[in-house]
Design a protein. Structure first.
Length: 633
């Protein structure tokens, strides 16, 4: 592809004069029809690598992403640039979805955004065969790897889809992947040959800080009082988000909270208030952040320790996307380590417990031995837990393990949408005497936006109604509740219930096979991720940035100069070469081969340049075995 044409399109549509990092390499690779994996840090410009080539290829780019907020945001921005784009997501009416897929079959879009769950729908898969695809883009591609921290079974449908669409290349993108996950992504997506373009994950504007404290709320308040600007505070559980936001508000800090248990309208409202700067601090679980386009976050604080380096790096990386200095602070105490170690048994409960859950599910759904194959059930987890005395913290991992073993499909995302129908006929509706102007506006908006409300329940989206009425989603919610009390409508608020489908007939639980690949290997992998997280927290003499980059396979790195470890070193007196030589010699004497490992050298509390000089001198003096040293390094 002519570079001049690429630069012309880049300037015309996005206003940029040149590409960043590996953007151009990725674009040229997918334009040539090759399966491509792009590794780019948060804020590295991943979206451009599929949006630009979609304009230069025939057909529609199918973008698979789990993020509804990102779908809507990117579609709006693309349309503002004159690029035809659409999205399919839960909350749309059947008519809206049919309109989008129909237009896609007529080649009306350059990009079509869908969730991975959409690919599991036979009706959509059938329609997809009649859409001319230029290529498939898989966003958050680490979710397809069963060795990643955020594996999602629905992503495996993409690999199956490739078999049904031979000749359609795939572009996979992620900002979080270890070398093992990089290989697995390409295998799961059936790459014709390995083809990876990567940028360094280094974020030079971020200062990583680990702070040991017995007073986390007080330390958080101190940070927020000393670092101006927008902030995200991550906690482990939903209740913690509410309590911390309330406490911050009492201290005079503008804060709100966010978690997956809130209804869609509330989540959307709070997200917008924070993005627009009307609320300074968002206290949230890990449900918040993916796909959020806010570049000026100055600090991300973790009140609780994440389960893995990948999760921490992803969440902390939401700071400083504008390239300006920002802080990523992890607050830590001894209880965190106990909680993290306990999470191993929670994530991988005993096999006897998994078999017990399997039996309880059958009882809950009233399934006898030999029955159930192919049957789907709505799963009311709260009711199930009350009846059988389970705790969600252990139950959900057990369900995921049963799914991985092939006995059930467990779709915890479920269908989440509000529904409504009119209880009065259209003619009588206009005869009602309504005193509240907001009620009139809401009714008029629904009549314009939706058809069939007088026949049966229809999906509605509170945010769309709110936009049409110049109201907020909570105001629309309150108005619909009032109309329900008056008997004018029947309004069912958004509620998300998971689905469980039996992929095999019910077996006797003692016959369940939970193999090594399902349980033992993955438990070992999870234990290693926990160990690496604890290593990050408990290594006081190695640059935080280097520890993170080393985890992702970047070996030739330098100290960042701005993390808590580097700043602490600057306050210490500089070591001389004699001291460093002795430290390297001591490390060699402790090593089995008489030569220190790269990790042992990195852990020495001295500047990298002095360590390299000492190693070179000792090798030249044959104090260290030169050939073994090169082999080790």
């Amino acid at each position: 592809m002519d570079t001049t044409l690429l630069l012309h399109e880049l300037k015309k549509r996005w206003g940029y004069d040149g590409f960043r990092g590996v953007q151009q390499d990725i674009i040229e690779s997918i334009l040539s029809g090759r399966d491509t994996l792009g590794l780019m840090p948060t804020g590295g410009g991943k979206s451009l690598t599929f949006q630009l080539p979609s304009l230069l290829m025939e057909g529609t780019c199918l973008v698979v992403t789990p993020l509804i907020a990102l779908m809507k945001d990117q579609v709006d921005h693309l349309r503002q640039r004159g690029i035809r784009a659409a999205a399919l997501y839960s909350g749309q009416s059947r008519r809206e979805q049919d309109l989008v897929t129909g237009n896609a079959q007529l080649d009306a879009y350059r990009l079509l955004y869908v969730s991975p769950e959409r690919l599991q729908t036979p009706a959509f898969r059938q329609k997809l065969r009649h859409i001319k695809l230029s290529f498939i883009c898989v966003d958050e591609a680490h979710c397809i790897s069963q060795w990643g921290y955020d594996f999602r079974p629905s992503y495996l449908e993409i690999g199956q889809l490739r078999k049904e669409l031979p000749g359609v290349p795939v572009l996979a993108l992620t900002a979080t992947a270890t070398p093992r996950v990089v290989d697995d992504i390409q295998q799961q997506l059936h790459f014709g040959q390995k083809n990876v373009f990567s940028m360094s994950f280094e974020r030079k504007n971020l200062s990583y800080v680990v702070r040991h404290t017995g007073d986390k709320p007080g330390e958080l308040l101190h940070i927020l009082q000393n670092v101006a600007g927008a902030a995200i505070v991550y906690t482990r559980n939903r209740e913690g988000t509410k309590d911390m936001a309330a406490w911050l508000a009492e201290q005079g800090v503008s804060a709100t909270f966010y978690h997956a248990g809130l209804d869609h309208a509330t989540r959307n409202m709070r997200q917008q208030e924070w993005q627009q700067g009307r609320t300074r601090v968002m206290v949230a679980t890990n449900a918040f952040g993916m796909g959020i386009d806010k570049a000026d976050v100055r600090v991300v604080v973790h009140i609780d320790m994440p389960n893995s380096i990948e999760a921490y790096f992803q969440e902390a990386g939401r700071a400083g996307r504008d390239g300006q200095p920002a802080y990523c602070v992890l607050l830590h105490n001894e209880r965190d380590e106990q909680t993290l170690l306990q999470s191993i048994d929670n994530m991988f409960p005993p096999k006897e417990y998994i078999r017990q859950v399997y039996d309880h599910l059958a009882c809950f759904f009233q399934l006898g031995i030999g029955l159930g194959q192919g049957h789907s059930f709505l799963f009311d987890e709260a009711r199930f837990c009350r009846y059988f005395h389970h705790f969600p913290l252990r139950l959900e991992p057990a369900l995921h393990l049963l799914a991985r073993a092939g006995y059930i499909d467990y779709d915890e995302s479920g269908e989440a949408y509000a529904r409504l129908r009119f209880n009065v006929e259209r003619d009588r509706l206009y005869m009602l005497q309504r005193q509240e102007p907001r009620e009139e506006r809401v009714i008029e908006a629904m009549l314009r936006l939706y058809s069939g409300l007088f026949v049966d329940y229809e999906r509605i989206e509170l945010t769309r109604i709110a936009e049409r009425c110049a109201m907020t989603p909570p105001e629309v919610y309150a108005t619909l509740r009032a109309l329900t009390q008056q008997g004018v409508v029947s309004f069912i608020p958004e509620r998300r219930l998971p689905h469980i489908r039996y992929t095999q007939r019910r077996e006797r639980s003692e016959h369940l096979y939970i193999g090594r690949d399902v349980y033992d290997d993955r438990r070992s992998d999870y234990e290693e991720r926990v160990r690496q997280m604890l290593r990050y927290v408990n290594t006081p003499n190695v640059c935080r940035s280097r520890l993170l980059l080393d985890y992702f396979g970047e070996r030739h790195t330098t100290d960042c100069g701005c993390c808590d470890v580097c700043r602490s070193r600057r306050r210490q007196p500089q070591a001389d070469i004699k001291t460093v030589r002795q430290a390297v010699t001591d490390a060699a004497n402790k090593a089995d081969a008489g030569t220190p490992s790269p990790e042992a050298l990195r852990n020495l509390p001295y500047p990298t340049q002095l360590i390299q000089q000492a190693v070179k001198e000792l090798a030249e003096e044959e104090v260290l075995n030169m050939s073994q040293l090169f082999k080790t390094n």
